[in-house]
Design a protein around this ligand. Structure first.
Ligand SMILES: [Zn+2]
Length: 85
């Protein structure tokens, strides 16, 4: 019997943070958050999420932010599901 198991990356989710200013260049609406979720799966069993990484990038100054650098404003925008693409 062969077991197929391992991890695989999920589809990245992209979200625009319209009401958020970039802490670096102070431009509004230039930030995009990308969430990459990794799933663990065994054969036919439904995969479950093992990790999720979100990074935010500014299209104006090209600066990237990791989760530990997110501002309160960014986190608020991220939890706002109306911005989902
Ligand atoms: Zn910026």
């Amino acid at each position: 019997m062969i077991l197929f198991f391992g991890t695989r990356p999920g589809k990245p989710e992209t979200k625009h943070l319209f009401n958020c200013a970039c802490p670096y260049c102070q431009q509004h609406g230039t930030l995009t958050a990308v969430t990459q979720k990794n799933y663990f799966h065994i054969f036919w069993i439904k995969p479950f999420k093992i990790s999720s990484t979100t990074t935010i990038e500014c299209s104006h100054c090209k600066r990237g932010y990791y989760e530990n650098e997110f501002t309160e404003e960014m986190n608020r925008e991220l939890s706002n599901t109306n911005n989902q693409l």
